[in-house]
Each structure stands twice: as C-alpha cells, then as structure tokens.
Design a protein around this ligand. Structure first.
Ligand code: 26Q
Length: 787
C-alpha cells in the first residue's frame, strides 16, 4: 500500500544523508536519486518474494551484451501503480514531477534495436509472470551522446551514473572471478529490479562491473612508479568501461572480446554456483535453465559452459555436450555479411587459451559429426567453426544450440532458404521464427497517456495493457467521426508537445499543423536515410519551379546516431543538415517544408517522437532489415508506414491492410533478379530530376569539406572496392518512392480519411506486443511455466 507520510519521511532522510540538504533545495537530478532510492524500499520486499516464488522453477536466462533500457523512474512507478500518488505527493510539496523525470539520464547501455528488444523482453517476461533473468555488462559509459555542431555529429562521453545509480544494488557477496591469460579479475554484480506491470513478478537484470583484485601495488608506489601502481586496477576496470558504438560492422577489437568473455563467464559461473546449492545434479541443468543468446555477442558461452562442466565440474565431454546443446538457443538479428562476428584465432589464443582449446575440440567434433552424416570432405570447409584463421561465432551458435530463430517471417525465411540453407539441411528442426515485438507499457501507456486514456475509455477496460490483441475491438469506431475527431485532437496534442520540446532542445520552430514525417533509427546505408534526403530535395526543387503547386506542409524529422568510424553515415548526417539549412534559408519554403535533425536520439526522445508521428519511414532495401521494431512503435501510436517489403513491415501491413499503408519498391525477388546487371548510371542519365538532386553532392550546392560528398556520389554511380554501384538500390527505388509520397500528400488532405488509416493501424497492432513474442519463446524454446 502506498503510504504518503512514510515516503515523505524517507525522502527527507535520503536528501539529508546523501546530499546533505532539504529535498526541496536539491538539484532536480539529486531529487531524482532521492525519490528513486525511497521507492526502492517499496520494491525490495516484492522482489524478495518473487525470488522465493520462483525458487525451484525452470528459468530462462537472457544473455545480451546490450540493454537499451531507457529511464527507470516513470516505468517503475507505473509498474508499481504509484505514479499518480507520487505525483500528487510531490505537488503538495511544491515539487514538479516532470522536472525530476526529465533529469534522469537514460541508461543507454545498448546501440539500437537489439538492445531495446532485450529491454522490451524483460518487461514482458516479468509482466506475464515468466521467470526470466537478464545478464549483461554494466558499462561505465553507455552509447555516446550526440551533438550536432555545424551540421556534423560530435560524440560526447555518456557518464550515465554521474549522479548515482539508485536502482542498482551492488551485491559484493556474489562476486565471481574471471580468468584471462595472465590475470584474474572480479566481476561484481549490480542487480536491477525488472518489475512486471501490476508487480505480479519482479525479475532481475544482473549487470557485471569489472574490478581489480588488487586495488593498489604498494611496492611500485613506494618505488615512485605511480602508473604501475594502478595499472592492474585500470586494466581490469577498462573491460567494462565503455559500450562499443558499432552496431553492424565488426571491428575485431580485443577489448570487445574481453567484454564478451567477461560477462558470459561470470553469468555461467553464477548460474552453476546457485544450481549446485540445490543438490540436484548437473546433468539436470537443462531442466532448470534455458539460455537465450542475443545474437552471437555472448556465443562464447557455448565453449565456456563446456569448459566449466568438463574441467571444473569433472563431467565427461559427451555428457557436457548434451547439457550444453539442450541449454542454449540462438537468435540471429542480421543477414548483413559484414555484421557476422568472426574473431581471429590468435585473439582467443592470447586472451583466453583455456576456451580456445575447447573450441578446437568442438570444431573437431563437428567435422566428425558431418562426416558421419555423409558430408563430403570438400563440403566440410563451409561448416568449419575455425576457418581461415577465424572463429565463426554464428557457426558455433548454430552447432551448440537447440534452437535458431530469426526475428521476422521474411528474415527467418531468408535464413532458412538462403543464407543458412546448408545448415538448415543438417538441422531443420532447430530453425524457427519469432517475430519481434515491443512493450505497450512503455510505448503507449507511458509515452502516450492521452491516447491510452481514450483506448481504455472506449474499450471499457485496461486489459489491453497486458493483452494488446484487445485493441482489435476498437475497429468498430473507425467510421465514428466523433471518435476520429478526438483521436485527431490527441495526435495534435502530441505534435504540439513535441514541437515545444524540439524548440527547447534544438531551437527550431516546427508547425504542429504540418505533416510530421519521421525517420528515427541508427544511421546506415541500408536503412536509406539518403533516399529520404533525396526525396526532400526533390520536393524543394519542385516547389522552386512551381511555387503555386499545392503541397501539404511537411516537417521531416530525423534522429540517428552514426558509428563514429562510419564515414559515409556521418556524411549523410551532414547532408541532411545541409538540406535543412538550405530549406530554412529560403523564404519560399516557409509554411511548406521544414527539416529537423534532432540531436542525441535515444529512448527518452523516442518516447516523444513516436506518438507525434503522422508518417513512419521504413524504407530499407528489401532483405536487409531483419525486422525493425520502430516500425511497430509508430503503428501502435497510429501512424501509417511508408515502406518497403522488408522485415516486419510485411507483417505490419498484413495486419493493418496495405490500403492503410504505403508500400513501394523492389522486393527481395526483384533484387535477386536484377542485381547482377544493375546499372544505376543509366537511371541517373535518364532521370534528370533525380540527377539534379544527386548532383547537389558534387555541384557546389553544398560545401564538400573533405570529399565525403563526392565519395557518396561515387559510391552510388561507380561503387567502391568493396561493393558494386548503388549497393542499396536507392536510384532504382527513387521514382516509386517519390510517387508513393505523392499519394501520401493527397491522402493526408482528407483529415478523417487519414485518421481512419491511423486508427486501423493502431487497432490492428496487437500482434506486435513483445508479450506475444515472449509467450512464443517461453512455449516453443524455453519450455518454462508462469508463476
Ligand atoms: C558486433 C561486434 C563488434 C561490435 C559491435 C557489434 C554489434 C553490436 C550491436 C553488432 C550488431 C549490433 C546490433 C544490431 C541490431 O540492433 N540489430 C537489429 O536488431 C533488431 C532486433 O531484432 C532488428 O529489429 C533490426 O532489424 C536489426 O537491425
């Protein structure tokens, strides 16, 4: 029960003991820490109850090098059903909750979709009552913060615990040791409560911090070798220092491999230690543990479990292998060849030789298995885990797991029929699809309370919060103009709120009455932000040529971080900002076109952007986006998709109706057909409007400071040593995209007609709840029960 006086007392106490002052006088970020700490006292008893309740049950364990959690405070207050009470209490004290809320730093311990998916899954499992704990790394620095300076991305360190970490509980009593060649370090667990909505179950996210066994080398210090005195400490702490900001391209950094082994070894040791206390016998390990590998980043878990079982616990190899392959399941998140993790053998030999040794044995066993299955010697090499001096982590994951899943139907079909077909032929029973989902608790209830209220009112119940399929019943209001007007009003409110936030953060004025056309996701060539940019320039020149032309006023909003070493991605950011400047400085564009590139796109910004969108840009090259999950967040908030037949877009329009969305462009089959004879230069020569737009990269329209624009232009027309010309078929898809955008322009004018499309998207989004996804994992892969 919520106890006002009690909470107030605790707040005063923490304010005093932590920050040495009165609550009201503290900085907002200090108030945030105090309030959160005080809330923890309500949470911990439930958390302990949950531990007892799930004792003895089979559990799922999610191993992920990333968790893109977003802010804790509001999420936890909503889950505990105390948000309104706390807000009111603060009001009585003359303190503004929203300011405290906004002062929380996003814990950005992930890059993008894969990390956010892990966070949505944690929320769903706890809400549904499935015992599932997460394991990961407590990076000191999360994903860099992005500033845009003179149109360019500038990276700033993300010290997310600067004001404290009130939600993390440091469990010194459960420290484990992780061994690298020549050194041993501590893995210190920090536990975070994952509160299921309605607090039926609280699971645990355990993030490991790396610390040194030796604080300080006194001998070196006394010899005045100060650097050396702290070297061991620094080396150890560096392991969990920073999240790598790459989300596709494999850079092959030794420290990254150390990170992976560090958290995987600690997590497995933790599980084994706890299990051994139960005295059940390790052969039963798979009856109590199902471990999901979030991509190959934690795949070193396979040889590490083998090592722990055979060398530490004394099991035989075959018995250990049976346990291992009954325990692990692997999720693949990408088809991009360059994103498949491979590590040079020598890294393993140098850093973790004890694991390398196990991998060579696994590889020999695989080859023996294959021979037994009648695979010819000359066909063996493509299956090898160790190949040409590299260790192929995806191959290890496939061989060592009971299940391999893709993240959307198309993606899984491509894995089965194309990329991994030769593996599929060996183990067809292992392959399955689990289309991604998102949690409606964060992406509607929390981020769009206005729409949530309307939904609850019309449905006459809050059931949709834990059963999103209920939204289907809203379909009957599609032709109710009164409801549509209220829906439009809410969209207007969210657009107004976003406009105010953008004014505050970016200093830009945007018109809430214009069409908000939004593309927010990591910056990648395959996601084709450049196609969007070309279309905007096309519109610009159209309006210049025909100023009387009637177009719907549009605001194009972008949000995207580029990997710091990804030169082309950074050039695209600059290009978009140059276009924004060109349009802004042209009086003719006033009230017609506006472009904003928001800085530091992150979970908390996303929560403001999705609800305010009129159009969702999902325009990746067909076959490249494994699923996408932003597409689902737009849909849930009632924005139609303009997009390609790719990833989960296909399933989205299948649910909501193609007539309520804007599908265009090449499909996977089309690309397959044209790719070997594709000639983008011919398109360029024959399409003067496209040519003019493209040529702004090289004709002096914009200043090309370092030749990056010229390089982009070349990449489209001539390719580069690592890829053919226009690798992502931007030129080929341009015309259809433009025409489809024209349809949007026409359709948007019919306000109520547009509202109906939006409504049908929202009411048919039930499939895309991560609750559905987690149910499928739990039943088909993990075999676990609810409490
Ligand atoms: C690997 C090795 C070294 C350094 C970095 C990495 C690395 C890190 C992050 C590689 C990939 C990622 C993240 C990938 C990712 O976010 N993929 C997205 O996953 C989503 C959830 O399944 C899908 O919806 C997206 O389609 C997919 O792009």
């Amino acid at each position: 029960m919520f106890n006002h006086e009690n909470l107030k007392k605790r707040i005063d106490l923490y304010a005093m003991t932590t920050f040495g002052g009165e609550f009201k006088q503290l900085l907002d970020s200090e108030k945030y820490v105090v309030l959160s700490k005080a809330m923890m006292e309500n949470i911990v008893p439930y958390w302990n109850d949950s531990r007892k309740e799930t004792e003895g049950m089979k559990k799922a364990y999610y191993l992920s090098s990333e968790y893109l959690l977003g802010r804790f405070l509001t999420n936890n207050l909503i889950a505990m059903d105390t948000k309104d009470d706390v807000k009111r209490m603060l009001e009585e004290m003359g303190v503004d909750y929203n300011e405290i809320e906004e002062s929380e730093e996003d814990p950005a311990l992930g890059n993008g979709g894969l990390g956010r998916l892990a966070a949505c899954f944690l929320d769903s499992a706890a809400t549904l009552g499935y015992p599932m704990d997460g394991y990961g790394i407590r990076y000191d620095f999360g994903l860099f913060k992005q500033k845009i300076v003179d149109g360019e991305q500038v990276e700033v360190a993300d010290n997310w615990t600067k004001y404290g970490d009130p939600w993390g509980i440091r469990k010194v009593s459960e420290i484990v040791r992780v061994t690298f060649k020549g050194s041993e370090i501590y893995a210190v667990p920090y536990d975070y409560a994952v509160i299921g909505y309605g607090k039926k179950l609280i699971n645990t996210l355990r993030l490991w911090k790396a610390e040194s066994l030796e604080e300080f080398d006194f001998r070196a210090f006394n010899d005045q070798k100060y650097d050396q005195a702290v070297k061991a400490k620094n080396d150890a702490e560096n392991i969990a220092k920073v999240l790598y900001p790459n989300d596709s391209y494999e850079e092959g950094k030794k420290l990254r491999l150390k990170q992976q082994y560090f958290f995987v070894s600690a997590s497995l040791q933790d599980m084994i230690r706890k299990f051994k206390k139960k005295d059940i016998g390790l052969e039963k390990f798979p009856q109590f543990h199902s471990i999901q590998l979030n991509d190959t980043h934690p795949a070193v878990a396979i040889p590490e479990l083998m090592r722990l079982l055979t060398r530490k616990e004394g099991l035989g190899w075959d018995e250990a292998w049976a346990i291992t392959t009954a325990t692990f399941a692997y999720t693949n998140h990408t088809l991009l060849a360059e994103a498949l993790e491979q590590w040079p053998e020598r890294y393993y030999q140098e850093l973790i030789p004890q694991v390398y040794d196990v991998i060579t044995k696994i590889n020999s066993m695989l080859l023996e298995d294959l021979r037994k299955k009648g695979i010819h010697d000359h066909d063996l090499s493509r299956y090898e885990i160790i190949h040409n001096g590299n260790i192929r982590m995806a191959w290890m994951s496939i061989y060592g797991s009971k299940s391999i899943n893709g993240v959307a139907r198309l993606h899984t079909d491509l894995l089965i029929n194309k990329e991994l077909n030769y593996w599929y032929k060996l183990y067809p029973e292992k392959f399955n699809n689990k289309t991604n989902g998102i949690t409606q608790r964060r992406w509607l209830l929390q981020s769009n309370p206005e729409l949530s209220e309307l939904v609850t009112e019309l449905l006459g119940s809050e059931e949709w919060i834990t059963d999103l399929k209920k939204l289907k019943d809203l379909g009957k209001y599609t032709n109710d103009d009164e409801v549509m007007e209220r829906f439009l009003d809410i969209k207007g409110t969210k657009k107004q709120q976003l406009a105010e936030y953008i004014k505050q953060e970016e200093g830009e004025d945007i018109d809430p009455d214009s069409l908000f056309d939004i593309q927010i996701k990591r910056l990648h060539e395959y996601k084709r932000q450049l196609l969007n940019a070309f279309h905007i320039l096309y519109l610009y020149y159209e309006i210049k040529e025909n100023p009387e032309k009637n177009t719907v006023p549009r605001t194009f909003i972008f949000g995207a971080k580029a990997a710091p070493g990804y030169v082309r991605a950074k050039a695209i950011i600059k290009f978009i900002n140059d276009i924004a400047g060109l349009v802004k400085n042209d009086p003719l564009m006033k009230g017609r076109l506006k472009i904003v590139f928001v800085q530091n796109y992150r979970v908390s910004y996303a929560e403001k952007l999705f609800p305010a969108a009129d159009l969702s840009e999902q325009i990746s090259t067909a076959g490249k986006e494994a699923s996408g999950t932003g597409n689902m967040k737009f849909m849930l908030n009632g924005a139609p998709t303009i997009g390609t037949y790719d990833g989960a877009n296909i399933e989205i329009v299948e649910e909501a109706g193609e007539e309520n969305n804007y599908i265009f462009g090449l499909r996977v089959e089309d690309i397959e057909e044209i790719k070997d004879t594709y000639n983008p230069e011919a398109i360029y020569q024959n399409n003067p409007k496209l040519r003019r737009v493209m040529d702004t990269l090289i004709d002096g329209t914009f200043e090309d400071q370092d030749g990056a624009y010229r390089e982009l232009h070349n990449s489209l027309l001539y390719g580069a040593h690592w890829h053919r010309a226009d690798n992502y078929f931007i030129l080929k898809d341009f015309d259809e995209y433009r025409k489809t955008q024209e349809k949007v322009d026409i359709d948007y004018r019919d306000r109520l007609g547009w509202a109906r499309k939006c409504w049908l998207n929202m009411s048919n989004s039930g499939k895309f709840s991560s609750d559905r996804t987690i149910e499928q994992y739990a039943q088909d892969i993990w075999n676990i029960d609810k409490i």
